[in-house]
Design a protein around this ligand. Structure first.
Ligand SMILES: *[C@@H]1O[C@H](CO)[C@@H](O)[C@H](O)[C@H]1NC(C)=O
Ligand SMILES: *[C@@H]1O[C@H](CO)[C@@H](O)[C@H](O)[C@H]1NC(C)=O
Length: 385
């Protein structure tokens, strides 16, 4: 039980007096500041954060002149060969997705929440559905033999009308604050269901839904035949592993090793990272598990080369984010452009608009490579959603 300590309820006099005396000064200083900024009108309330663009912004394409990077002339890709027409592998893409009923106070569409992408208008909820649908559409283009499975809260009212996608409700606590933890639990529940199926199970790729698969991924299962699960790494000390892409081989062995691995991640999350920001806990737990069983992996994350290692009895394939989970770097950091062999683009943070814009562009041009030029030229912008 909390015992409330008696507090002095008197207003501290001296700071208050100082504030009253200094108020005109503070006020005039802020006026002065405003008048220095030419684009702001005097008398207007000080603006909040600068408004993020609500339409596509194109900048220069980084990496021009480098033979291993995408070269663009305007929005034309000049050195990227188009998609192979081979049928590719059957892979099941699995993503956790739920909707939150908008708060009752703001029921209906508030005009401030509606955004426009091309000819479409989206409310907040429609926006996240559009991202999910776009995720599915990209997979249908680049891996037409694959299917998408959406793990969701039985309470959420999802409706998907895309041929290759299905919904699988899994009980759990999908509240915002618990979602990253629940996601691992839903992955485990899904894999346990698969373990009961007698038939050969498809290989599985667990991904975020704000990703565009732009090339066939089947080769990771065939070119590197001996791993059980695959993770994507990057040269980032704080968060070297991204949890947005985890592949699992569809064999009994692969699935049970992956279940063990996710259980370890869950344990680390519960023990060490419950207080981490709700979006980061799973990534930190993932890195913790890898570090405790395979510290040598951390020496290889700066090299951008695929490698394997053993983590708690599972053979893990480490894939570079550069190719399998590519996001343009934010801010002013060095940016060498888009690798020619990029296969998955991740629209992290405020790049969701770009994902929808990119699909819109592809839909009207049928040119995936040109669309990559569009992403390259606009990927450093932080958009309105
Ligand atoms: C779900 O998780 C949230 C956040 O951790 C928690 O506040 C809430 O009580 C949980 N709900 C249930 C039904 O357990
Ligand atoms: C673009 O979208 C329309 C309508 O959704 C669809 O019929 C058409 O096939 C799409 N084009 C491409 C290139 O995906």
């Amino acid at each position: 039980m909390a015992i409330s300590r008696p507090r002095s309820r008197g207003v501290p006099l001296i700071p208050l007096l100082l504030l009253i005396l200094l108020a005109p000064l503070i006020y005039s200083v802020s006026r002065l500041r405003l008048s220095w900024a030419p684009e702001r009108e005097l008398g207007m309330p000080p603006p909040a954060l600068p408004k993020r663009p609500d339409r596509l912004v194109l900048g220069p394409a980084a990496g021009q002149g480098r033979p291993d990077r995408l070269q663009c002339q305007g929005l034309k890709a000049v050195n990227k060969i188009s998609l192979s027409s081979e049928p590719g592998e059957h892979v099941s893409f699995v993503t956790v997705f739920t909707t939150y009923s908008s708060d009752p106070a703001g029921a209906g569409k508030r005009s401030s929440d509606v955004v426009t992408v091309g000819k479409h208008f989206y409310s907040k909820e429609e926006r996240s559905m559009a991202i999910l649908n776009t995720f599915i559409s990209f997979i249908q283009v680049s891996m037409p033999k694959s299917n998408v499975i959406i793990l969701t809260d039985p309470k959420s009212k999802l409706s998907i009308n895309q041929g290759k996608a299905s919904i699988l409700p899994i009980e759990g606590n999908y509240s915002r604050g618990n979602l990253m933890l629940q996601r691992i639990k839903s992955y485990i529940a899904f894999l346990e269901l698969k373990l009961e199926e007698v038939d050969r199970v498809n290989c599985v790729v667990f991904t975020d839904s704000d990703m565009a698969v732009v090339e066939d991924l089947g080769h990771i299962f065939t070119s590197y035949p001996h791993w059980h699960l695959a993770l994507t790494f990057r040269n980032n000390k704080g968060q070297p592993l991204n949890s947005g892409f985890v592949a699992v081989r569809g064999t009994r062995d692969g699935i049970s090793k992956a279940i063990d691995f996710f259980n370890e991640v869950l344990k680390a999350y519960n023990l060490k990272y419950m207080k981490a920001s709700r979006m980061l806990g799973d990534q930190l737990a993932l890195a913790w598990v890898v570090k405790s069983y395979l510290p040598s992996a951390f020496g290889k994350f700066s090299r951008h080369e695929t490698f394997t290692g053993e983590v708690n009895g599972a053979s893990v394939l480490f894939l570079p984010c550069e190719v399998y989970n590519w996001t343009p770097p934010e801010g002013a950091g060095q940016f060498h452009g888009m690798p020619l062999d990029v296969k998955v683009v991740h629209f992290k943070g405020s790049r969701k608009r770009l994902m929808l814009e990119a699909w819109d562009f592809y839909n009207s041009t049928s040119q995936l490579s040109d669309m990559l030029c569009l992403i390259l030229k606009s990927g450093r912008t932080k958009y309105d959603f």
